[in-house]
Design a protein around this ligand. Structure first.
Ligand code: IPE
Ligand code: IPE
Ligand code: MG
Length: 256
């Protein structure tokens, strides 16, 4: 199990929230846009790179509580197809942090039954980052407790373009009739094939946008937005999001 540090003892708020959570109605799949690292650093007069480093702690905390609760799928947005527009130095820091995280945490992730499933155009990542994510995927592939989809060089539109291309090739080869293309088939050609759509999307840092994340999969997802910056995000915020999620009426277009 995860090592428990003394400062990780539950606060009264966490205990209260945990008591309110209905374990039989947990979200199966949570997606998080890990945003606000730069602003967190800026507010402290620190370089943005330190904000990214601090954000790794939040990820650790959130993964841990998801495992404890029994959440089956967690998708985290770590690097978008648009993030290449950032300065070289920042991109290098992000890639190095990813490698460091995977190398340092892999044993513990494995011991806790976590499957690392990198999603995105992995072939465009620097060779060292590719090596680290492929190693993590391979080492954890049989784990079943929590699937951690790490969105890296991920863009939802690019994911859909890839799916359309694959389907078009199948049609051209005569393996598929256009009329056979339905919603299920499209879902099964996305990186999240075989997984339930996210029930809950969390975006910290106060921005109200999707930023090219899981456009197809979010069709009926509940959104939980918070001004808390990602490096300040802790298990208590995830518990707040789940309690709020459980108070919502999901209608999926129908009537209750
Ligand atoms: C999220 O934090 C990390 C990545 C996009 C990789 P940002 O770096 O976007 O932080 P802000 O939005 O500038 O505060
Ligand atoms: C979304 O955050 C991508 C990640 C968190 C990896 P951005 O900071 O890139 O999104 P925008 O630019 O604010 O839309
Ligand atoms: Mg941002």
């Amino acid at each position: 199990m995860f090592k428990k540090l003394p400062e990780e003892r539950k606060t009264a708020e966490e205990t209260g929230l945990l008591a309110r959570i209905d374990r039989s109605r947990l979200p199966q799949h949570i997606a998080i846009i890990m945003d606000g690292n730069g602003r967190w650093a800026q507010r402290r007069g620190l370089p943005r790179t330190l904000g990214h480093r601090a954000g790794v702690e939040s990820l650790r905390d959130v993964v841990k509580i998801c495992v404890e609760l029994g959440i089956r799928f967690l998708t985290v947005y770590a690097f978008s197809t648009e993030n290449w527009k950032r300065p070289r130095e920042e991109i290098n820091t992000l890639m190095n942090l990813l490698i460091e995280y995977l190398q340092k945490e892999i044993d513990e992730l494995c011991a806790n039954g976590i499957r690392i499933n990198p999603i995105g155009k992995l072939e465009e990542l620097p060779a060292s980052a590719q090596k680290a994510v492929l190693m993590a995927r391979e080492r954890t592939r049989l784990n079943r407790r929590l699937t951690l989809n790490v969105a890296l060089n991920y863009g939802s539109r690019s994911e859909l373009v890839e799916a359309v291309r694959t389907l078009a090739q199948k049609v051209r080869r005569g393996e598929l009739a256009p009329g056979e293309i339905d919603e299920k088939l499209i879902s099964s050609h996305l990186y999240t094939a075989g997984q339930p759509d996210p029930d809950l999307l969390i975006r910290p840092s106060g921005d109200y946008r999707v930023s090219n994340f899981l456009l197809w999969q979010l069709a009926y997802t509940e959104f939980w937005l918070t001004p808390v910056l990602w490096p300040d995000f802790r298990r208590v915020h995830l518990l707040q999001a789940i309690v709020d999620f459980q108070s919502r009426e999901r209608r999926f277009g129908g009537l209750l």
